[in-house]
Design a protein. Sequence first.
Length: 284
Amino acid sequence: NARGMSAHRTHTLGAFVRDASTPFYGHLLTAFQLQAAARGYRVVTATGAGSFPVSEERRALETLVSLRVEGLIVCSGALPIDDVLPFARRIPTVVSGRPETDPAVSSAYCDERGGGRGLADHVADLGHRRVAVLTVTPSGSLTQSARTDAMVRRLRARGAEVLRIRSEDHGADPEDLDSFVEQVLRVGGVTAIMAPSDRWAVGVLESMRRRGLRAPDDLSVTGYDGVAPLATEMLGITSWRQPLGLIGRLSVDDVVDQIDGRSTGVTHNAVDGTLVPGRTAARV
């Protein structure tokens, strides 16, 4: 009987990654693959690109399960937990890369609110008292929503005036932020812009460049994530670095321990990020 059970094992993990073309998800996927190999498993992946409806994400998870994966790693900033739980009841599952504290499923993630507060403290410590924050709704991204909300709250707690602008009001396209930058300039008096990610920050910097503006001379700019290729000294983006290698290892270890019967129950591994001072944000 034991030989029969062993013969039917696939030693395969299924990883759903919302958009592997972005640095955040790409680095996480690499971390999954490296740690899975170290634990004697392989990874099959389902991923979207750009705009990926939640209905398609659910279908992708069904596809992975149909491939007889032994465990599932879900890495999406948009898929509601209610859509993940049915899979977690069927096979060992971990939600990776986003704050998730549901008591029925394990998770590994960077403390988004702690990161948002830490980056906001840095901006406030530089003396900025009128700051524009490009915020994201939970339907757009659970991770970016948490961090930008934390930025707004901490800045206000520090006595700063916050111009809160929703990304959805500007097409939710990090490559085309002209209308957002135009709104910031039209309001006037803003000395710093906080973007929800490094990719959004680059969009802000590019829009500023087209107007003959530079950071930090004209406006300070911050991003978030702090991973290659945008985390380069050539760009020097002031950011908050997420330890994606560690998050990836914790995610794989958790799901493999569940498969092998070594798990002690549901765990929520929240890890701290680190400030990347950069040179796109400076003292007023």
